[in-house]
Unconditional design. Sequence first.
Length: 354
Amino acid sequence: MQTRKIPATIVTGFLGAGKTTLLRHLLTNAQGKRIAVIVNEFGELGIDGELLRGCGIGCDENGEENGQLYELANGCLCCTVQEEFAPVMEQLAARRDQIDHLVIETSGLALPKPLVQAFQWPALRNAFTVDAVITVVDAPAVAAGRFAEDPVAVDAQRRADENLDHESPLAELFEDQLATADLVIVHKTDGMEEAVLAEVEKTIRAETPAGVKLVRAQHGQLDLGVLLGMERAVEDAIHQRKTHHDEEEDHDHDEFESVSIALDVADRQRLIDTLVALVQRHEIYRVKGFVALPGAAMRLVVQGVGARFDSHFDRPWRADEARATRLVLIGDHLDAVALQQEVQSALLADTAAA
């Protein structure tokens, strides 16, 4: 009879903090450990799952069958546990002799505490223990104040009036992710001045429980021993970690929503410039997707947080897939039709002007 519990590490963090980058580094440097993965996505496209499939470690389109990649569809894990999460966990429990560690990458919109509480269910408690909760923090975003309030107008109003209520859904989410952490990764620290980083860490420590360690990292590069094997059994202590949402019976993702838009894109830089302008006019916190450029054999990955955008070619288009551009926009009060028309009109106008 198999009695060993599978240790589970929950990786949470703000939008675009670098959770997938960390996970990719972890899996490519697993040192022989057999690591199962659950990737939770928010939005219609499995962007992060797609990136993991391309990491060159054996993740492929049949991940749900071979146990290397489990990707859950729309919604945060704590809202889908009774439909998708529990059956996946049962499958993993049945194969515990083949698994050394489980890593769950939550959506950037998920509240981590309800997910940890799910491990108190008898069906999960007997097979799993939460080794630790790791919160990944985007250091430049914290330094700029974007973790609290992305909309530029709201942030300007906050700075101008000290008597205002400074709370916002983003701020509460950030604080809740820190309040449940066993380890905080201060990410994207390259190029930051020491004095700025010290202020970032001071902000983080104000929201973390006593004794929580902060580790600086770049490009997700951390030793396996730092990330796995903390043995905290968090499910037994999670009630002591107080968050803003403790009194809520249910949550609504703090009213975040995602929309998907399809575009015709002729030029890479024009698209980036258009998206930078778009997020200044709307409450858009995150942009991610795949882009098909004319004459390009490679697929372009575009990801943005606030006004910061990155793009890179990740792999050739396959013969059996449509070469099309689709982006997911995550934010508040989003109209998919209007946003698609706005972006496409801007791209066409730029093309005509050129």
